[in-house]
Every structure is written in C-alpha cells, then in structure tokens.
Design a protein around this ligand. Sequence first.
Ligand code: GTP
Ligand code: MG
Length: 182
Amino acid sequence: MDISQKKRTLLKVIVLGDSGVGKTSLMNQYVYRKFSQHYKATIGADFVTKELQLDDKLVTLQIWDTAGQERFNSLGAAFYRGADCCVLVYDVNTKKTFDTLNNWHDEFIKQADLNDDEAFPFVLLGNKVDVDGGNSRRVTEKKAREWCASRGNLPYFETSAKEGYNVEEAFLYVAKITSENE
Ligand code: GTP
Ligand code: MG
C-alpha cells in the first residue's frame, strides 16, 4: 500500500507529575535520545512530536510536557480536553511524588471532562530506577502496582530517562493503547 493511503492519526498525550520526577527528561530521551543532568524547570507546557508506524497505521504522538511546579489547573480545562492518553510520572526515590499521584489522577479526570473515566487510558511510569543502583528507592514496585490496581488496573512501567531504560517500550505502549481507541 502506498504510504499516502495509510491512515494517519494524531494522538494527544499529556505527561503529568511532580516537579523533578523526570517528565522532560523522559520525553527528551524518547524523542531525541538525549539526557542532561542539568535541571531546568519546565514553564507552562510545550509539546514534542514523534511519528510511529504501527502495523498499517501512521501515528503521530503529540506529547505534552507540563510544569510540575505550577498548580495543575493553571493550564486550564481546555488544555486537557481532547487528550487521548495521560502519562503519570513519579520518582521511585521520592515518596512524596508517589503520594501526590492521587491528586494528579483525580485532577486530570476532573479537568479533562472525560466521557468514561474507567476506559480512558492512563499509564504510570516509575522513573529514576538507575539512581544509586536502586539503593535509594523509597517506593517498591509492589506498592506502585497496588496503586495501579486501586485506580482501575493502570499499566505500569519502571523507567530510567538517564539510561534510556524502558522509555521506548513505555511510549510504544502508550501509542498502541491510544491508537486502538481511534
Ligand atoms: P518540572 O519541569 O519541574 O516539572 O520537572 P521534570 O519532571 O520535567 O524533571 P526533569 O526532567 O527536568 O528532571 C529533573 C532532574 O532529574 C534533572 O536533573 C534530570 O537530569 C534528573 N533525572 C531525570 N530523569 C532521571 C533518571 O531517570 N535518572 C536520573 N539519575 N536522573 C534523572
Ligand atoms: Mg520539565
């Protein structure tokens, strides 16, 4: 089949989570295969795109990076409406970033004005698993999976934006589950 005849789909993915958990780093690793130790807080929101071929579908992931420092609703409900997937990120070495997942999840559901919360694709990423060879870890994989189960069986990936571990896999999964809904 000629490429121009293939179905093209634009998928809007929103990445949320506390400041410093590695949202920007995960996206930079996924899209540019780059990592920087240097922390520069995201201001407002910005997106990157990545084109993927999934079977006979051409998919453009439009991945929106947001600022963990700002109040969730500072972007406004209009920003969240039309989202196809929400990726929640926490840092496995910082318990507080795990405890706030409830807020991020609840707020997204509220603001995005979803037709069906239970069917909407959320994915959880536990980032920075590389730190100190895992010795600084404050949230176990079991705890994270329990939270996912309590929130309607969300899929879970452990990642390292620094090492590129599981990053490609996680976003590929996001693209797959999101494009299935189109
Ligand atoms: P905000 O923009 O403030 O919401 O933060 P963010 O979630 O975008 O975090 P960012 O990607 O800027 O990363 C914060 C810091 O953590 C930076 O210094 C990164 O280099 C570092 N970092 C991010 N991911 C990893 C990781 O997987 N492993 C390690 N060791 N450091 C990471
Ligand atoms: Mg950022």
